[in-house]
Design a protein around this ligand. Structure first.
Ligand code: EPU
Length: 420
């Protein structure tokens, strides 16, 4: 397995372009199953998860072809299977988002029940509740969610759970309801930009949707959808990660091709820390000033502080003198990065779903990547740490960050990937 070696500290300086959003790409690719048509998707990030979704679509009978390094055509005319196998779903939980489109198109679907992962148990009860409301009969058989319906009927569905709204749950019900009979009202819907991007794509396919970006989405079912072309929005989490790279290394970084509105709370928190932030309509630039201040953060569904930047922000706060506090409200167990940061000299105390961070200096060490965002946090920590940091098992990072080592090297990081 590859590892990434960083010789720190190395202040980053320069500009970096953000790729397409992984978390838009996956449900939008799945949405192509809704209609026996041809689609063109652009700004696809070259990450393992996107390739896994392509494998899944192919396994279901779709034809895919790369038109350029970041554009793909998907022809789902001949899709003739509705089973998402364990071998693929076990590699990528987001495979669950084929459930809604398959139900809408075939009125049947079998999707391997996604297991837990290192960031928590991650149930799918809300997805199933939503589909049941639309008229599906669902049973669990041999580890598979087996769903069937005579037809789908619009319904009023409250989709939030104990931890708030669900992103892929909203995506699944949004997709399923586009072809249901009558009106569906999703209350407690996720407001994430990636859900809006999916909805925008569905509208291009002929769906009738109102209220995207708000907690109440109304869908009026149509008889059929058609092919469409779409450019995926850029990845706010990738952007945030490079911005943290800039300030954790006490450098100066500008991310291009990102709408700052996707990161309002994140930017707010950086300013509270004392970071200098400059924004244009599609770029954000940060510069670490002296005397950065510790802060408190609570992760929340959008527009709150994103859980997907919690680990990276933790790494940053370990470098700021004083006591910072993070409360993780989406995934109460998403703290795999902490034990590894401790190996680098960080002082972090965890209690239930909260962490108390006493800032200081980091030292390089061999560390183990456990999940996508935890891996990114360790790489960022390596930029700030004195000496050599060796991040092992970096395949996690390749699931969501296109060429992270090359992008960081272009900003001046002393970083290299060692092939296993
Ligand atoms: N939840 C339930 N029941 C459900 C669904 C979710 O209780 O049926 C809970 C979850 O356990 C969690 C909370 O609700 O506590 C929110 O989970 P959500 O369903 O929103 O997560 P997701 O849709 O499975 C997406 C992203 C995640 C991101 C979360 C939260 C994709 C492919 N994944 O997951 O991204 O953390 O939303 O914003 O869109 C990542 O990119 O690293 C990543 C994990």
């Amino acid at each position: 397995m590859d590892k990434i070696i960083i010789d720190g500290p190395c202040p980053l300086k320069g500009k970096v372009k953000v790729s397409g959003a992984k978390n838009s790409t996956l449900p939008i690719m799945a949405a192509c199953l809704l209609s026996p048509s041809k689609f063109v998707l652009r700004n696809i990030p070259s990450v393992v998860d996107a390739h896994t979704m392509i494998k899944l679509l192919s396994a279901l009978g779709a034809k895919t072809e790369w038109l350029s390094k970041d554009a793909i055509s998907i022809d789902s005319t001949n899709v003739n299977k509705w089973k998402a196998p364990y071998q693929i779903v076990s590699k990528m939980r987001a495979s669950i988002c084929v459930l809604g489109p398959l139900m809408a198109r075939f009125k049947k679907a079998e999707v391997s029940y996604p297991g837990g992962c290192v960031i928590g148990t991650r149930p799918i009860d809300l997805h199933l509740k939503g589909l049941t409301k639309l008229g599906a009969k669902i049973e669990l058989k041999d580890g598979y969610v087996v769903a069937k319906a005579k037809k789908l009927n619009g319904a009023s569905i409250y989709l939030a759970g104990v931890y708030g709204s669900t992103v892929l749950g909203t995506a699944n019900i949004l997709m399923a309801s586009t072809l249901a009979k009558g009106e569906t009202i999703i209350e407690g819907a996720a407001c994430e930009p990636e859900v809006v991007d999916l909805g925008t794509f569905l509208i291009k396919m002929g769906a009738k949707i109102k209220g995207l970006g708000s907690p109440t989405i109304t869908v009026t079912g149509v008889k059929k959808l058609h092919g469409a072309e779409h450019t995926i929005i850029s990845d706010r989490i990738e952007a945030g990660t490079y911005l943290i790279g800039g300030i954790i290394s006490r450098g100066e970084v500008e991310v291009e091709d990102i709408n700052p509105k996707f990161l309002t709370v994140f930017i707010d928190k950086l300013i509270e820390c004392g970071v200098e932030v400059k924004q244009t309509a599609n770029s954000i630039k940060v510069k670490a000033k002296k005397n950065l201040k510790p802060i408190e953060i609570t992760t929340l569904p959008y527009p709150g502080f994103p859980t997907d930047l919690q680990a990276q922000m933790t790494a940053f706060l370990t470098t700021i003198e004083g006591i910072s506090f993070i409360h993780e409200k989406i995934y109460p167990d998403r703290f795999m990065h902490i034990a590894e940061l401790l190996r680098m000299g960080a002082r972090i105390m965890k209690q239930d779903s909260a962490t108390i961070i006493q800032g200081g200096k980091l030292k390089g060490a061999p560390v183990m990547a456990s999940d996508l965002r935890a891996s990114a946090a360790l790489v960022l920590a390596g930029l700030a740490a004195e000496g050599r940091t060796e991040v092992n098992r970096v395949y996690h990072i390749d699931r969501g960050y296109p060429k992270i080592d090359e992008k960081l090297a272009s900003l001046g990081a002393k970083i290299r990937r060692v092939k296993a």
